[in-house]
Ligand binder design. Sequence first.
Ligand code: NAD
Ligand code: MG
Length: 302
Amino acid sequence: MSAAPSDQYAFGDPRSRYPDVSPEPQTQEEPGLQSQMTPVPDLGESSYRGTGRLEGRKAVITGADSGIGAAVAIAFAREGADVVLAYLPEEQSDADHVIEQVEAAGRKAVAVPGDLRDKAYAGQLVERAVAELGGIDALVSVAGKQRWQPDLLDITDDQFEATFDVNVFGLFRLVKAALPHLQPGSTITTTASMEAYKPAPDRLDYAASKGAINNFSKGLSQLLVERGIRVNVVAPGPTWSVLQPSGGVDPESLPEFGSSESPMGRAAQPAEQAPAYVFLASQESSYVVGETLNVNGGMVTP
Ligand code: NAD
Ligand code: MG
């Protein structure tokens, strides 16, 4: 695991908070296992210190087995939330590590593996949350699909459809399934990307889907604020996760990952994304609605 600070509040130079990862070129089949990466990303296991900011909350988190979603699940549990963890069945071993962390925090971890492309899955996720957590008041959509291709002609119709099916249609179905259960005070937090504003030419379908998520979330925030439900977005910049070595980026570009793009001079660790999700779900952000919180090391957005 990458070296981590003693806790997320430890003061210091952000540039050297984590080392520049400079990963060796490496590849895995999609969706990949984080446990097989070199180095393994930091989910905040040894550093995230909760202070009761989500006490008693009931969260559904997608993509919760690895990377950003896993760091969010650990942070939410340490802040006092019970969580439903959504991920693909083949990611069970990564999920087991996160479930262990949630339970060690003294919170409930309800594992509901499944595929967001399956139209029945969103309903099943929400049903399990209602049955086992007694409801749902924080929906956190982190799951995402990203495949790099050198040229537009290399993007098949199947890939384009699959990217939108997971990233956009999956989110739509999830919100629809959860909405009847959300009460005033509930939050929906989605995950866009720097790519929503500055699309990379080798992932046009992905970048477009992230633009759609950002736009959908802002519109949704206007609809739901009238019901006391707050919708916000986190837009991560380059973050070391298994998304990259499992086909998300050109493997040859990995040694430079994050260090050339971000003014911070390094990629983020998933542990550095989690506090943004905690903030947007907690009541301390009560007047924050329809916002996109960029966590990207200084890549300025409109
Ligand atoms: P990750 O691979 O660890 O997490 C992505 C997760 O998406 C997987 O673990 C998987 O559970 C889920 N997923 C993918 N396809 C699915 C499907 N068909 N059904 C159900 N679940 C599915 O990578 P990550 O970097 O932590 O990604 C989390 C989110 O952050 C994604 O939405 C990604 O687009 C976004 N993001 C990541 C970066 C980055 O640099 N890592 C930058 C900007 C945005
Ligand atoms: Mg995963």
